[in-house]
Write a protein of this length. Sequence first.
Length: 607
Amino acid sequence: MNKILLAVTSRIRQRSAASREQYLDGLAQMSGRKRGIERIGCANIAHAVAALPANDKLRIVAEKAPHLAVVTAYNDMLSAHQPYAAYPDLIRAEAARHQATVQVAGGVPAMCDGVTQGLPGMELSLFSRDVIAMSTAVALSHDVFDAALLLGICDKIVPGLLIGALHFGHLPCVFVPAGPMSSGLSNNAKSKVREQYAQGKVGRDELMQAESAAYHGAGTCTFYGTANSNQMLLEAMGLHVPGAAFVHPQDPLRDALTREAVRAALAITAKGGRYTPIGRLVDERAIVNAMVALLATGGSTNHLIHWVAVARSAGILIDWTDFSDLSGATPLLTRIYPNGSADVNQFQAAGGPGFVIRELLDHGLMHEDVLSVAAPSLRPYARRPLLADDGNSVFWQDLPAASNDEQVVRLASAPFSDSGGLKLLAGNLGRAVIKISAVPEENHLIEAPARIFDSQEDMLAAFDAGELERDVVVVVRFQGPQANGMPELHKLTPPLAVLQGRGFKVALLTDGRMSGASGKVPAAIHISPEALAGGPLAKLRDGDRVRLDAVSGELLALVPANVWDARELAGIPAQQLRSNGLGLGRDLFAGMRRNVLSAEAGAISWL
């Protein structure tokens, strides 16, 4: 086993000893109770099963059959979640074959950051994760279930479902994905049209045509953003049926994998012979495995927020230094857009998650001796699923020794880079993260004068007015969770890329988020503490020289120390602060903005 991996895991275990013990004590108390149907009152049971067919009532009440919950993020606005419409019937039918019963326990909200980018609705996006977690808790609060199937894919949905499930840590849980859409217009071609639109070289009609060719059917978006990073991390944690992540929604294998998920859930119930509650499955080793998988694939920066919150839900305490130390020991094994030109379908064809997990296990860079929904080991996740001749069941096969496409996936002995895709930055401007795997090496160090903005609209207006045609560090502050819910600022990517393409040295600093698709412009994001909470980003002034050094890990305002220490913090414009909380439901989230922790603490609003 890699020494750094073991050291970080040990450090996390020691740091988390008290909180993890408390969590496991609570789990043991819940696990020691009688099953819900045998424990609760007759009136409670009658309410719970009132709408079920008579034969299902008999199975639950008289035969004491296993009873599964489905918590679903289905809606038909999100392309990734639209396929879930048919899943409950498929799950019920498979459960009935095993004398088990199923109820859709509840639905959770699922919003699309692609729809809300640059709009007020994006200010609800990060907080929707905690709303989803609470909705999951409401769904499971009826407390009559033996296990749960969790249906969700995209950005905040998977972390929210996982946080909620971990607060019911005594329940076995299996996550059920639905797969990516087929490849359309390439991500590189789409980005080029966006940059042309930002320069006024093409109009809205051409942009609409390109976007519609890229996003054109059911399934997740095909770039390796937060949604698809979610699926990689769930594979690495053993929470999927092995290899389920990136099978197309209309592939017959997809339905077979969903049926297999039902069988897996039944096998890990208390009556199934291999009781595996999610709270025991998700230990510090599983969390480290997820972190390594993220780094080895150059995944979404959003997970440096989300997985801190996920770990905390299981009594495990991690921080960005843990990510940074693991990154130094983790080879970069994939090039998937925005870290390359391939999309997730090409990644799957080249070997997919199973290839990456096998390479990491074989080189001592993941913990193999962990629990999973498939086995008391992660090794099954190093294989690929295939459809059996009967058209209904699944078998697994070893992957080829070599990559099917070395431009997309490589062996750990010959990686794209010796270190992972994310890096910690620190200095007198606070702590931040950068997705370095997407940034060309010549842009790893940027030193230039700062131009300060308090909103993304002001920055876009300055670009349109030609005010940024120079070497510049663009600073967009007052975008943290307390200020306005920490929206993604992905709309800034095309104009910044245009400036970089014109030969200027350009970087972005913000206490907001960019996106799981953070691209080729160096961006120090999630700066903590945020400006509204007294963070040093509020000390910056127009013209201050700033150094972003992704090689040394420095993030510095090059201002004399005596001047910097004496400088007052700038305040957010009062009208902007007021408008951040008004309209389109934002006023309902005022309590979350008041109580939320910092980005590095997971932007948690429920502690």
